[in-house]
Design a protein. Structure first.
Length: 132
């Protein structure tokens, strides 16, 4: 089942003032046609070859925007909220901790059929399991 990991990450981005809110400019595992300027967090298959009780999970961050500069600035603000110079950076959330690793830096993927700029990068998170 799709976990609440992306919801936790979305809440973290809201707390960091990077996005406004779910269904406004932030969407989880889904890319709406509107609005034009969005941040989308999607979990995809990761790896399970980690110690018991710890999971390695992967999330794609996609930013779409009408204005090139705005979309570029937005994806880097998402990136910088997860990736710090401090190698020991740990995000402490209510029910879990996360150690983020960037699998690459943001790149422009394409311009879509409506002329919107699409940027992506992927993150790996070492984290504890979801608490139900």
């Amino acid at each position: 089942q799709m976990s609440e990991l992306v919801r936790d990450l979305g809440q973290y981005l809201m707390d960091q003032l990077v996005v406004q809110g779910f269904g406004e400019d932030l969407f989880l595992n889904f890319e709406p046609d509107d609005p034009n300027d969005v941040v989308i967090l999607t979990e995809y298959a990761g790896s399970n070859s980690t110690p018991i009780g710890v999971l390695l999970r992967r999330v794609q961050v996609k930013v779409r925007g009408v204005e090139y500069e705005n979309a570029l600035q937005k994806i880097w603000s998402v990136y910088n909220s997860f990736i710090k110079d401090d190698k020991e950076f740990i995000i402490h959330l209510t029910d879990r901790y996360l150690i983020p690793t960037a699998l690459q830096v943001p790149i422009r993927l394409m311009v879509d059929d409506k002329g919107r700029h699409v940027f992506v990068f992927n993150l790996s998170f070492t984290t504890t399991k979801d608490f139900n």
